[in-house]
Design a protein around this ligand. Structure first.
Ligand code: ADP
Ligand code: ADP
Ligand code: ZN
Length: 230
């Protein structure tokens, strides 16, 4: 299965990607997680990306493409992957398609998780993220057993700096301008399925699985993917 999860910030992409990754035994590849790891490591790429992330803008394509390409080359992604937060604009989508095509692969499906803006703000304002394993919680909707501590790994939960309300509004604007056009893009390619993101996590997961229909089987091993400019 080679799947892209699209949707506004806070729609539940990460939550669903983690559930599906566990179900299928293929990796979740989240561009936001990769970027935050680069920032934490204080790598050159991380230092370049940090300012964009802080104000809710997209990080330049070349930086994100580099991280994603490196991640897709890893062995565990050969049997399939779930992309979460990437691609974020048409340029990234085109580079991904070309990179896959070069090794004889293509996406199986793009699922857009739809959520109204008011819900987006509610979900993001209560989001807590594990420092160690990037698992997601919500102070009201998905609280951990012990406040501030990850159920899965015991790591500390923190609130992302870009989850402050003002930055969230900016991220929604960026989604509308840069990312929403991907719905038409993938619609034209016949790859898109829209799924209602309102409701419990398990209900949304069922809708995604229904939208994938007969597709929900991890694909066979393939070659590594490169996203270098041609
Ligand atoms: P959310 O899960 O709330 O949508 P992410 O964790 O995916 O947020 O992204 C956090 C930030 O990282 C974004 O606001 C943006 O600055 C940067 N980012 C993540 N993915 C991409 C991408 N594919 N292209 C450019 N910037 C990205
Ligand atoms: P995204 O990756 O799209 O930004 P997340 O998966 O991080 O979204 O979810 C945002 C917040 O909403 C998190 O705090 C998460 O625990 C919570 N959440 C996710 N799915 C649901 C749901 N179906 N119902 C209620 N809260 C949810
Ligand atoms: Zn954890």
């Amino acid at each position: 299965m080679r799947l892209v999860l699209l949707g506004p910030p806070g729609a539940g992409k990460g939550t669903q990607a983690q559930a599906l990754a566990a179900l299928w035994g293929i990796p979740q590849i989240a561009s936001g997680d990769l970027l935050r790891a680069a920032v934490r490591e204080d790598s050159e790429l991380g230092r370049e990306a940090a300012g964009y992330m802080e104000c809710g803008h997209l990080v330049p394509d070349e930086l994100v493409l580099k991280l994603i390409a490196e991640r897709l080359q890893k062995k565990d992604a050969r049997g399939g992957f779930i992309l979460d937060g990437f691609p974020r604009n048409v340029m990234q989508a085109e580079r991904l398609a070309v990179g896959l095509e070069r090794v004889g692969l293509k996406l199986d499906k793009v699922v857009a998780v739809m959520l109204p803006d008011e819900e987006v703000v509610k979900r993001i304002s209560g989001r807590r993220t594990c420092e160690d394993c990037a698992a997601m919680y919500h102070v009201v909707f998905e609280p951990p057993a012990k406040a501030g501590v990850c159920d899965k790994c015991g790591g500390e939960l923190y609130q992302r700096a870009d989850d402050a309300e003002e930055t969230v509004r900016e991220r929604i604007k960026v989604y509308e301008a840069a990312t929403r056009p991907l719905l038409d893009h993938y619609g034209r390619l016949g790859l898109l399925a829209k799924v209602d993101g309102v409701g419990r996590t398990d209900e949304v997961e069922k809708r995604i699985l229904a939208a994938l229909d007969g597709l929900a089987i991890p694909s066979q091993a393939g070659a590594g993917v490169g996203l270098a400019r041609s």
